[in-house]
Design a protein around this ligand. Structure first.
Ligand SMILES: CNc1nc2c(CCNCC3CCCCC3)c3nc(N)[nH]c(=O)c3cc2[nH]1
Length: 370
């Protein structure tokens, strides 16, 4: 069993758990936030800088790496760890979400999904078998099954069809997944319908995957609805398997997800908004590129001890961003990754001390007041 979770402690007043996730490339603490490295790099960061901010497990993507540079090239390079010089654990998403997000550029059949590349419009066909070939070639420690993520909102019939196809595709993935040093995770679908979520979970739990993605959320539904789906789904999830809430999220969603028993998160938000000149601070978001910061010589977040906040002012970082100096978005990225990892560290400590609900209240009172 290459990937397993050991629950160290259950928080007294919530479903939150403190755990250790063991993988072929080392052990990481959970709950964990996993920085996204779409094209085999966490944008603008060296692996050392990702580690320095607290990143321990990074994500990459089947869809993007298949199109460029090609999974065969990455395999020839010795696999994703060697290619991107990352010696910690890696998780690859199956591309299910990406090809479904392509909208009219894709056609879904029982066999698989025909889609046109967002780069040059060339035609491609992803089947569960093809995606498993790609993910095994890339060599991540955790590979997600090829699933169908239903949009929000959608008719219940659509969610049923997507759930049933996801189950059949999970079977097909499991049948051809041979790599012993790579864990295949199933992905639970079912839209925002509690009965469908339960059905999808039960069908996939019966296949005994070493861990589970919770898919089909953070697709435009109100946050409260996402929390409700988790409230209904998490009680039927096995305690001894990692739960990975896909594509989540912002600081408030991370805390609410942990409270409900989620162990793993990924989100492009911290790195994406950083490149737009927006950073998280304890008082909420701050768009450092705005004119009001032109003569503001304070750090982005006065309570932050990251490299960017220890050495540079808002005025300087605003100057860099306004003049398209690459150092600007590197500094905002360093800060945002550090901020989120520091939040996860505080959450893990609050679990240890059985005061997660107090932490949630204190953090959100200040963060949301901003
Ligand atoms: C943002 N919201 C959201 N994301 C979802 C994602 C993607 C999660 N992030 C993966 C990274 C994205 C950037 C490149 C590297 C991989 C989902 N993925 C799958 N397979 N299925 C979902 O239902 C699924 C559902 C998701 N909802």
């Amino acid at each position: 069993m290459p990937v397993k979770i050991k629950i160290e402690k259950k928080e007294k007043h919530t479903r939150a758990r403190l755990g250790k996730l063991t993988t072929p490339h080392g052990e990481v603490e959970t709950p964990i936030f996993m920085p996204v490295g779409t094209q085999a790099t966490v944008k603008t960061m060296t692996p050392e800088e990702v580690k320095e901010t607290g990143g321990r497990l990074v994500l990459s993507n089947t869809y993007h790496l298949y199109l460029r540079p090609g999974h065969d090239l990455v395999k020839e390079a010795g696999g994703l760890h060697k290619f991107m010089n990352w010696d910690g654990p890696i998780l690859t998403d199956s591309g299910g979400f990406q090809v479904f997000s392509l909208g009219p550029l894709r056609t879904i059949t029982e066999e698989g999904v025909e889609f046109r590349s967002h780069i040059d419009g060339s035609k491609h066909f992803f089947t569960p078998e093809k995606v498993m070939e790609i993910e095994q070639a890339l060599g991540a420690d955790i590979a997600m099954a090829f699933d169908e993520c239903a949009p929000y909102p959608c008719e219940k019939e659509y969610a049923v069809a997507a759930l049933e196809r996801t189950t059949r595709w999970a079977e097909r993935c499991k049948r051809v997944h041979k790599r012993e040093d790579q864990a295949l995770f199933g992905i639970i679908q079912g839209g925002v319908f509690p009965d469908l979520r339960e059905r999808s979970a039960k069908e996939l739990l019966a296949m005994d995957f070493p861990g589970y993605g919770i898919g089909g959320l953070s697709v435009g539904e109100p946050k409260e609805l996402m929390y409700e789906v988790l409230d209904q789904l998490m009680p039927i999830m096995p305690e001894d398997k990692p739960r990975y809430l896909m594509g989540v999220g912002s600081p408030d969603c991370l805390i609410e997800g942990v409270v409900r028993g989620v162990d793993m998160f990924d989100c492009v938000l911290p790195t994406r908004i950083a490149r737009n000149g927006t950073v998280f601070t304890h008082n909420g978001k701050l768009t450092v590129r705005n004119a009001e910061y032109a003569r503001d010589f304070r750090p982005m977040d006065q309570q932050c001890d990251c490299y960017a906040c220890r050495n540079y002012s808002r005025a300087y970082i605003r100057h860099l961003i306004k003049t398209d100096e690459i150092l600007g978005i590197r500094l905002t990225t360093i800060h945002n990754l550090h901020f989120i990892q520091h939040l996860m560290q505080n959450i893990r400590q609050a679990i240890r001390e059985d005061r997660l609900l107090e932490y949630r209240e204190d953090f959100l009172k200040v963060f949301n007041a901003g």
